[in-house]
Design a protein around this ligand. Structure first.
Ligand code: ADP
Ligand code: MG
Length: 820
């Protein structure tokens, strides 16, 4: 039966796939090749080939001792030899003959054991012996579907059962480990339950071990076997006893369950600790050698990182505490490094796609504007403005995230930047997440501009400034319910370049709006403005500078992680004179007195917000509930006060009207759905009363609170929660005590995790299993290395980086559409 050289090729190919780890065949490639060549030799008649063959054989056997690059070369050589053999005189016949000879001598009995299943780490876990469909379904619940997932299914923690004691050293109440001989095993009744009892001993004494409610062990523990016991020791009737310890018979293999650092895995219904541990141990022993290490060798060396396969196996079954730490470090670094590479890659791509428009700085414009402000900029504002103007001068488009706590004065920075754009003959767009906020930005912009120049009304929401600032400047507000014809007119003006600064909502980046020459886009309140919108903006035909502003103080680490494609500026200082907002969490019984307090404040000429109970996410339902609440408050609770209502479903004109009346003190109390959350600025408001405060996150509560305390008067935030959960209670405790936004954000992040922190899961961001978002040092190292790598090898083309490039694609593949 003619057999070709395909099996050998297969082995070699598998070896390539396994990244030259010498694991394609059991026993290693050397043994296999020796056998193969011994047989092949006789079949090779072509002298030249034979010589070549012997070269291969003499020089190179010892595959195991070669480094990776030499292995690659070696296998290349053999493959080259095989094709040469096939091409010689009798062409295939000869090769076939050779192969036949080889294989008939050695008999196919010398079966090449290729674990074909291990070809891909992406195979389902059911290829692993002992994992049935049912069990796979259970693993699925834990997010484990493939072999790779399993390798990366890390234990929550480890129990340290590595320190051996003698029986005489056992101490009460401690987790201890002994190795002993089993003298006796029997079934006993303990507390009416069938249980197992064993008496074990070493040179120093004997000790009893019991397993409650588990008679099955009797069969597994035979007398006179050596056993490792790890677990808590109690004293019973004066003698130490192991209560349901982890155990393992000491056989000729590595320990899994006891006598070492033992992994504790997250479990789900139908998965048991011993079983999962055993499966993991098997899977790791078998598959971790297959994992190819994508980390560029020079980097790995410089940072003294463990080999990937070693890191994986040590993260599960560490030799000791120090190696475990090293393993976790390597894996955490991987995650953050890949994350940074991904985000930086995106940034690079769009910065390269098109150059931006570098602005020339007009200091006179800037100085005049700053000089016209009714206040001095804070040091932090000046520093941030410097960051921004430096970016604007660059031909690489700005991509900056500006963070500043509520009330820190971000708007001024935005307007200054927009003026720069205008004085460079470019258009600027200023976008807010809601129409109310867009309107507020519009009126703020008008207020600040008219301090420095003469305002002329050209139309509804359309103004011109004949100014010392720059050439005549036209600004417009564009929101969805501006009247149809007028809207068209404004859109046309934007398209013709007749408007310099347009303020609006996300509607600004919708399809039917074309800019004449968009040079700068400012996006307020980032957490509602996703990556998708950002890139839509870039696709408006230009590559505008982008300034993203957020009042949700995102911890620096998280900002770098989630918005690693943005540079970061922080306003870490409030304007002078801001005061602490007294925050009180009230019992439901105190609602009456809260209302009384509001009346008192209003009597003193102040104003108040009341945030309606949060019913559900739907704006329609929320609006209805707000109307009901409003009616109740106006009729029953505050009949003698003037109340206004604000909800997301109101026509803009009505919202605008209510806002205006509130701002001009015609209204005493503004009842609002959570739409008021961000940005609204009413200096005379001193009380923020929040109903169902337990339903909001810390950052959101902080946003509400930031609506007051903007003027000179002492301000208050009152929190009402009818039946708060334990978690909610701890949130309310924290918000009572902590004023500082960044600290709150950190707390919030700790309590909720990054996914929830942002309201919706930011899909497209690879999962972090090992890395902690709080690990600033590692995150910064990962970022620095990622930046360095791109500087040296932008396309990741060098052989050292090729596997890494592949890994980035793999890790980021799922979120590509979100992130590109
Ligand atoms: P936020 O950062 O929350 O958007 P704003 O830009 O709305 O804050 O500013 C809040 C208030 O503080 C506004 O009334 C603004 O005019 C005022 N403000 C901004 N900067 C300063 C400053 N340096 N000194 C005093 N008041 C300032
Ligand atoms: Mg703001």
């Amino acid at each position: 039966m003619p057999i070709d050289a395909t099996p050998l090729r297969k082995v070699l190919k598998l070896e390539c796939e396994k990244n030259y780890s010498n694991s394609a065949v059991i026993g290693g490639l050397d043994k296999f090749l020796a056998k193969w060549s011994a047989n092949a030799e006789g079949a090779i008649t072509d002298l030249k080939l034979l010589k070549r063959f012997n070269e291969l054989r003499l020089n190179k056997f010892g595959y195991a001792s070669l480094d990776r690059q030499q292995r690659v070369q070696y296998i290349d050589d053999i493959l080259g030899f095989l094709s040469a053999a096939e091409k010689t005189v009798d062409k295939k016949v000869k090769a076939y003959a050779a192969a036949t000879a080889i294989l008939s001598h050695s008999k196919p009995k010398a079966k090449v054991e290729i674990s074909m299943s291990s070809c891909s780490l992406d195979s389902p876990i059911t290829i692993i012996k002992g994992i049935s469909q049912t069990m796979a379904a259970r693993f699925n619940k834990l997010g484990v579907g493939t072999v790779r997932d399993l390798l990366y299914f890390f234990p929550n923690r480890h129990l340290d059962y590595s320190l051996l004691k003698t029986i005489s050293q056992l101490a009460e109440g401690k987790e201890e480990t002994v190795i002993a001989n089993i003298w006796q095993v029997r079934e006993v009744r303990l507390g009416g339950k069938r249980s197992t009892e064993a008496i074990v001993g070493d040179d120093t004494g004997n000790v009893r071990a019991v397993w409650f409610n588990n008679p099955y062990l009797v069969k597994q523990l035979a007398t006179n076997k050596q056993i490792v016991l790890s677990g808590r020791v109690v004293i019973y009737k004066g003698h130490p006893v192991f209560e349901s310890p982890e155990w393992e018979l000491l056989e000729n293999r590595e320990l899994t369950h006891a006598g070492r650092l033992v992994p504790i895995y997250p479990l789900t219904r139908g998965l048991y600790p011993r079983q999962v541990r055993k499966l993991l141990k098997g899977a790791i022993d078998r598959f971790s050698p297959v994992v190819s290490d994508f980390m560029p060798p020079p980097l790995k060396q410089r940072l003294k990182l463990l080999e990937l396969s070693q890191a994986i196996s040590q993260a599960h079954f560490p030799d000791d505490e120090a190696t475990k730490v090293k393993a976790r470090y390597r894996l955490a670094f991987d995650e953050l490094f890949l994350l940074q590479l991904g985000v930086l890659n995106k940034k690079r791509r769009w910065q390269q796609d098109q150059p931006g428009t570098p602005f020339t700085m007009n200091d006179a414009v800037l100085d005049t504007f700053i000089g016209s402000l009714p206040f001095e900029l804070t040091t932090a504002q000046r520093r941030v403005l410097e960051d921004v103007t430096t970016d604007l001068k660059n031909s690489k488009p700005m991509s900056r995230l500006l963070q500043g706590d509520v009330g820190s004065g971000k708007t001024v920075i935005a307007i200054a930047a927009l003026l720069m754009a205008a004085s460079n003959g470019c258009q600027g767009a200023f976008m807010a997440p809601t129409e109310i906020l867009a309107e507020q930005h519009f009126s703020n912009t008008r207020r600040l501009l008219s301090a420095a120049s003469r305002e002329e009304k050209l139309g509804d929401c359309l103004y011109r400034y004949d100014s010392s600032l720059t050439q005549p400047l036209t600004i417009a507000l564009l929101i969805s319910d501006i009247k149809g014809s007028h809207k068209k007119e404004i859109q046309q003006l934007i398209q013709d370049g007749g408007i310099d600064i347009v303020i609006g909502t996300h509607a600004l980046i919708q399809k039917d709006i074309a800019f004449n020459h968009l040079g700068l886009a400012v996006v307020d309140e980032q957490h509602r403005f996703g990556v998708i919108q950002r890139s839509a903006l870039r696709q408006k035909g230009f590559n505008p500078h982008v300034l993203v502003m957020t009042a949700t103080p995102i911890p620096r680490t998280l900002a770098l992680t989630l918005y690693g494609d943005l540079d970061l500026s922080v306003i870490d200082e409030l304007p002078p004179g801001r005061q602490e907002i007294k925050t009180r969490w009230l019992k439901p019984a105190q609602r009456e007195s809260a209302h009384a307090f509001l009346r008192k404040q209003v009597a003193e000429g102040r104003q108040a917000f009341i945030i309606c109970p949060l019913i559900e996410e739907s704006e329609a339902v929320q609006a209805k509930a707000a109307i009901v609440e409003f009616e109740h408050l106006s009729r029953q609770v505050f009949p003698s006060l003037k109340l206004g209502l604000l909800h997301g479903r109101m026509p803009a004109a009505e919202k605008d009207d209510n806002m205006r009346r509130f701002r001009s003190c015609e209204l005493d109390i503004l009842v609002s759905t959570p739409v008021v959350e961000v940005g609204i600025d009413i200096p005379n408001a001193t009380v923020m009363l929040i109903e169902s405060a337990d339903r909001f996150g810390l950052s959101q509560l902080h946003q509400f609170r930031g609506r007051v305390g903007r003027g000179q008067e002492k301000s208050y935030c009152l929190l009402l929660a009818d039946n708060p959960s334990e978690v909610a209670r701890s949130r309310l405790d924290i918000i009572e005590k902590v004023q500082e936004g960044f600290q709150l954000a950190e707390e919030d992040l700790k309590m909720r995790g990054p996914g929830e922190f942002f309201g919706t899961r930011q899909s497209g961001i690879p999962d972090l299993k090992m890395a902690k978002i709080s690990d600033v040092a590692l995150l910064e190292l990962a970022r620095k290395e990622a930046i360095g790598l791109f500087e040296k090898d932008p396309a990741l083309q060098s052989p050292d980086n090729r596997l890494l490039a592949k890994e980035i694609t793999r890790v980021w593949a799922d979120g590509e559409s979100e992130w590109s």
